[in-house]
Design a binder for this molecule. Structure first.
Ligand code: 5GP
Ligand code: MG
Ligand code: MG
Length: 181
């Protein structure tokens, strides 16, 4: 099947993202000040660019781990079913944990992941999300720190994909289909 033709309109520039990350990193550093080791947990695959930039701005001793949960197939609709495809390599019991996610949309993915991680008894657990689409929420969940609150648009770039493409864009843009006026 031919993919529908689309263009990407820039929504958040690389420069704005970098400035926001600097501010987020300062707040996170102040919150976890004095920690002996923070485990930064990136949710694959969408958060890989964000976590890379965020940890480089974090002036704290960190360990990086990843967890992969799936809720979306290659479509633009959430299945509401969350499965863990790849679990953490390390233990988080008694540790300080920062969960890093790309987008909170309906809230199902983050809710599921936080329940799972909480059951492992971390000392402290906070959440940093790059993008929040609050108008789409189906289950109540909120991040400790949010990069940008955005309207209900399907976005790509800066790690975030459309059918596995466009993750390498340095900015965040919205998908606009060009086969319909
Ligand atoms: P939720 O479970 O909150 O509905 O969905 C969270 C996940 O859905 C995000 O981590 C992200 O992977 C995906 N998602 C939500 N909104 C978008 C979007 O606008 N674009 C893309 N590419 N993925 C999205
Ligand atoms: Mg995600
Ligand atoms: Mg995706």
């Amino acid at each position: 099947m031919q993919p529908r033709p689309y263009v990407i309109d820039q929504m958040i520039s690389a420069k704005s993202i970098a400035a926001r990350i600097e501010a987020l990193a300062t707040q996170i550093r102040d919150h976890f000040h004095g920690t002996d080791k923070l485990v930064v947990v990136g949710l694959l695959r969408g958060s890989f660019v964000f976590i890379a930039d965020l940890v480089r701005e974090l002036d704290l001793p960190v360990e990086v781990d990843f967890l992969e949960a799936s809720s979306y197939g290659d479509a633009t609709h959430s299945s509401r079913e969350v499965r863990i495809l790849k679990d953490l390599r390390g233990e988080i019991a008694g540790r300080d944990v920062l969960v890093v996610e790309d987008i909170v949309d309906t809230g199902h993915t983050l809710t599921h992941v936080l329940h799972l991680l909480q059951s492992r008894n971390p000392a402290r657990m906070e959440v940093c999300v790059l993008l929040d689409k609050p108008t789409r929420r189906e289950v109540e969940v909120s991040a400790t720190w949010t990069g940008f609150t955005i309207p209900d648009e399907f976005v790509v770039g800066y790690g975030i994909d459309f059918a596995q493409r466009n993750r390498n864009l340095p900015y965040i843009g919205k998908v606009r289909f060009t086969d319909t006026p």
